[in-house]
Design a protein. Structure first.
Length: 616
């Protein structure tokens, strides 16, 4: 029978069977008696499944007999609430015994000729149907009952698949209530409960549960707890703690293939692409040698990562978001950078970036198609996920107006959109966009005779270009490529935007101190005499290392007076790890962050000088 053909109720045979089983399980729960249920299905089975009744061989028996036989299979597959959710297989007569249907004939000559077992009912998990009719307060009776843990896992998976994470939590939470160890047989349930909390966005509960598993779980459950904790810590940027948790997970369950994905994910978050390739090759070889069936999809993923991890991440994103693949192809074929702006440099100022008429007209179409969400103030991105909902429209505009590749605003929009995909490994595409922005800016400044002029942040028209430059600098530094972008860092602070709205001068000052260029460090600090605490301490250090003792003493005295906690924490034997995100000026968090980032710049004699100054 064609499974796509619908009946008069608009249901195909698969949907009709689902409906039939749902009603049957409801009757079992209500009647709690096998004889009454078999009498019911013998009467109503033919009415509920007329197509199946029509296919019954009359010589094998009447439809009522078939459905009573089918009912026995359904009864045997259903966890029975009145029997502590145990399954119960009704006794089957011998071939020459009287048939259970009451016909008086031998079983082999009666219902024994009907083969409902071919439908595979007993292999089905009917607990999900039961949960629909069972009051949710009774779900707490399942732990400690005779129910199969596999059946509960299947039901929980179905609830998550049906986008009902709240119900999944209600089903699974009772299994982990009370005191005592969480046994390994509950490992799948624990994994699903963590998934349910993730779907609900309850990060704290999810993290607390994972932490609890590391002490209360038997080895497999503890390993899941450590693995999930490692992934959460990596997402939070706490990579040292993530690696510690990964080590615990590895010791708890060293042969768990999930460790492969976890290790690769953490390495990707650190953009350690060479190590990603090495470890992916290691895991692919190890898993291929393990006994038993192989997870071919995992092996394919690892082999791709071993070959070219960044390309593999892009391929994954292309598969998930086809429009991303179209964008990367268009970026690869984008025209060379040319100037499509007009500037009016005067008195050292380049002025605002004014688009040429052709670019301005194309930008209007872009604005109509692209749901732009430019970053506020000095933010770097808006993680614009909504842009992909209308990707077909703005990709068409971009294809029909190649001049838009010369637009800083468009490049800025695209960076925010790619960030919105929130997928590791796309940095290479963002690097291509920000790198293009650098080339385009040089092209514009040369063409408009504005080389060496200030491109002030105060003009809103200039912000996309400057933001893209800053983003490129920060991304390269995060990858350990500080020397590669040092010239651009100097240009931003010394030339393009001396007001330095993004605080790049702190990075440049640290670079100068680290390289021993104390003269430049001191000169940079003198340009910002009333700066915040970190810059004041670094300027004092620059004077000290340059041998300008009087200026060093005065500057350090001022820094200790205005920001005393930085000096105190810098000299402490140990200090707390700084909190992430913005910090309050003059706070201990600010001092902790300065110590973490700048203590290596302070040699022993400089720290002794600082300690003596604090005493005075």
């Amino acid at each position: 029978m064609n499974s796509d053909i619908e009946d008069e109720y608009g249901m195909n045979p698969a949907e009709r069977m689902d409906f039939f089983l749902r009603i049957c399980v409801k009757q079992i729960a209500q009647l709690a008696d096998s004889d009454r249920f078999l009498d019911w299905i013998g009467i109503y089975g033919e009415l509920l499944l007329p197509e199946m009744a029509a296919q019954i061989d009359p010589q094998a028996g009447a439809p009522e007999q078939f459905f009573r036989t089918l009912g026995r299979e359904i009864w045997a597959a259903t966890p029975l609430p009145h029997k502590r959710f145990a399954r119960e297989r009704l006794p089957t007569p011998g071939r020459n015994d009287a048939c259970y249907c009451g016909s008086g004939r031998k079983f082999k000559q009666c219902c024994g000729r009907l083969n409902s077992a071919e439908m595979g009912i007993q292999q089905m998990e009917l607990l999900p149907y039961l949960l629909e009719v069972l009051p949710k307060k009774r779900w707490a009776e399942l732990p400690g009952s005779a129910v199969s843990v596999d059946a509960v896992a299947a039901a929980a998976f179905g609830l998550l698949d049906d986008d009902c994470p709240e119900d999944a939590v209600k089903l699974l939470t009772p299994w982990f209530a009370g005191e005592g160890k969480w046994p390994d047989r509950l490992a799948d349930l624990f994994d699903l409960l963590l998934d349910a909390y993730e779907a609900l966005g309850k990060r704290k509960k999810r993290k607390d549960l994972a932490i609890a598993a590391t002490t209360r779980g038997e080895p497999q459950v503890a390993a899941i707890g450590w693995q999930r904790l490692a992934a959460m810590l990596a997402d939070e940027g706490k990579l040292h703690e993530a690696w510690t948790a990964f080590g615990h997970a590895q010791r708890a369950d060293p042969d768990n293939v999930s460790l492969a994905m976890l290790e690769i994910t953490i390495l990707i978050s650190q953009q350690k692409w060479e190590q990603v390739s090495q470890r992916a090759r290691f895991w692919a070889t190890r898993i291929a040698r393990m006994p038993g069936p192989k997870e071919e999809q995992l092996l394919d993923y690892l082999n791709q990562m071993a070959s070219d991890p960044q390309q593999a991440m892009q391929e994954i994103s292309r598969g998930m978001v086809p429009a991303f693949g179209q964008l990367t192809a268009m970026l690869a074929a984008a025209p060379a950078a040319v100037c499509a702006y007009r500037l009016q440099p005067q008195d050292g100022l380049a002025g605002p970036l004014e688009p040429a008429p052709e670019l301005d007209a194309a930008r209007e179409e872009w604005r109509a198609a692209f749901p732009s969400a430019p970053p506020f103030s000095v933010q770097m991105t808006t993680w614009n996920t909504e842009a992909w909902d209308s990707a077909d429209q703005w990709l068409a505009v971009l294809a029909s107006h190649p001049i838009l590749w010369q637009d800083f605003t468009v490049l800025d929009d695209l960076v925010c959109a790619i960030d919105g995909l929130n997928t590791l490994g796309l940095e290479i595409v963002i690097d291509a966009l920000t790198g293009r922005a650098l080339a385009l800016l040089d092209c514009v400044l040369d063409d408009q005779h504005a080389k060496g002029q200030q491109l002030e942040w105060g003009f809103l028209e200039n912000r996309p270009a400057l933001r893209l430059v800053v983003r490129h600098i920060l991304d390269c530094r995060a990858k350990g490529e500080a020397a590669l972008v040092l010239p651009w860092l100097e240009r931003m602070v010394n030339e393009l935007n001396p007001h330095d709205n993004h605080g790049l001068r702190d990075l440049l000052m640290a670079d100068y101190l680290h390289s021993g260029d104390f003269t430049r460090a001191a000169a940079l600090g003198e340009r910002y005499p009333d700066d915040l605490g970190p810059m004041r301490y670094n300027r004092a250090l620059a004077y000290y290392r340059a041998g300008r003792q009087a200026e060093a003493d005065d500057t350090l005295s001022d820094a200790l007076d205005q920001y005393p906690l930085i000096g105190k924490v810098l000299l402490a034997k140990r200090a707390a790890k700084p909190k992430e995100g913005p910090v309050t000026l003059g706070s201990r968090d600010e001092a902790n962050r300065y110590r973490t980032e700048h203590l290596p710049l302070w040699p022993a004699d400089a720290l002794a000088w600082l300690a003596a100054a604090r005493k005075r």
